[in-house]
Design a protein around this ligand. Sequence first.
Ligand code: NCD
Length: 315
Amino acid sequence: MRHLLSIEDLDRADVERILDRARAFTEVSEREIKKVPALRGRRVLNLFYEASTRTRSSFELAAKTLSAEVINFVSSGSSVEKGESLKDTVQTLSAYRPDLIVVRTPHVGAAGLVARWTPAGVVNAGDGKHEHPTQALLDVHTLRERLGTLDGLDIWIVGDVLHSRVARSNVLAFQMMGARVTVCGPPTLIPRGFEALGCAVEHTLDRLGEADVVYALRMQHERMTDSFVPSLREYAAVYQIDGRRLGPRQVLMHPGPVNRGVELSAEVIDSPQALIGQQVAAGVVVRMAVLYELLAGRASGDRAPTTRAGGMEYA
Ligand code: NCD
């Protein structure tokens, strides 16, 4: 595997292999000296055109824990502000010969384009409202660690599905791992034809009690071009997951950042049923496993090494 652009780049055996490795990396993350030499000499470029707290910092920690070199590029403060395009930026930074580019942009399909413009491997860390495959992997990991398996689970994804790249990647990943998925939200916030992904669609929380896992999503105002709900207060009255709606045997997830008091009430965020902290922690070991999968065993810059009389060269 060269790139991770979509959950559809993986099959169930790939997911299990990557997450078994993530589990093995947990031990490294818990050591006093959190470093192993697995990716020594490899270069990882974090290219972020959108805000990020968890994804960017965990990719950086993952790369550094595996001894790779990391270059962090954020669009603000760069020549993007002087009008440099994504293509020119990628081609410019490719001159530094990164082995892998981790890219987040507000544009659907941009990670796929970046993969065409650079010889480096590419990981999609969020392309607009399209996909966020490493989030889905860390969520599957969190559930496997807590519940053992996703086979037969009922998972409800509640909220702004329309603007969520997490929803799309997670529906695909959860189903691949054997869960049944229901998405729930106001009709204005569920994309038309979303059932085609294989999930059920609900517009009320009346049957939320059937869920084993409740996965809440943020209202993604930054991607809204219109008004999709009458007001946040009215939205919260109908869709907020609170102590009354969350059953005692259900677990609660959220990709972060949480808008307290909108999609989740404070009491459920801080309850032992919430796996939100575990999801964040899983981000590091799962991204270590993804970097390892894409980079270990590959020659620097994806040029296969050939041995010549004078030593190692790159074909
Ligand atoms: C999500 C994202 O950026 O897609 N956050 C994340 O990566 N943990 C979800 C969100 O912004 O609501």
